[in-house]
Write a new protein. Sequence first.
Length: 145
Amino acid sequence: MIKTTYSFVGAVLAAYILGAIFVSQGNIASVIALGFEVSGGQRIDAALHDILHMTDIYLPLVTASLLLGLPVAFAVIRKKPHLRTLSYVLAGFVALIAMPVIMKLVLGLSGIAPTRTIVGLLAQGLAGGAGGYLFCRLSAPAEAR
């Protein structure tokens, strides 16, 4: 149980950090589309700012998404253990894509601006997939690593 908890925390942090970076860079892409120049240093500053300051809204959303998605993968893995890695990666991917889609359907708003585009939405999926992969690796039995 402790290993699973640590694995989950690691997966959430990985998905959160990558997702926050993708949000940051998606917002910067919108600024650049308006004709403004953005330096590499400004990109890094924006990414660090978002990582440190999105914890009150975005981190709980990532946590809730993976808390719903990863157990679904576990249910699949119980029946098809050879699909362990694929199941966790897909569960993370779908969980982080579902989050902004459900927010849009239920609340009528896009809480994460870059997810209004397919690229931004897929970037969130990649962050979730990375979190799912990390969960798979960290929670694997010792002999399977």
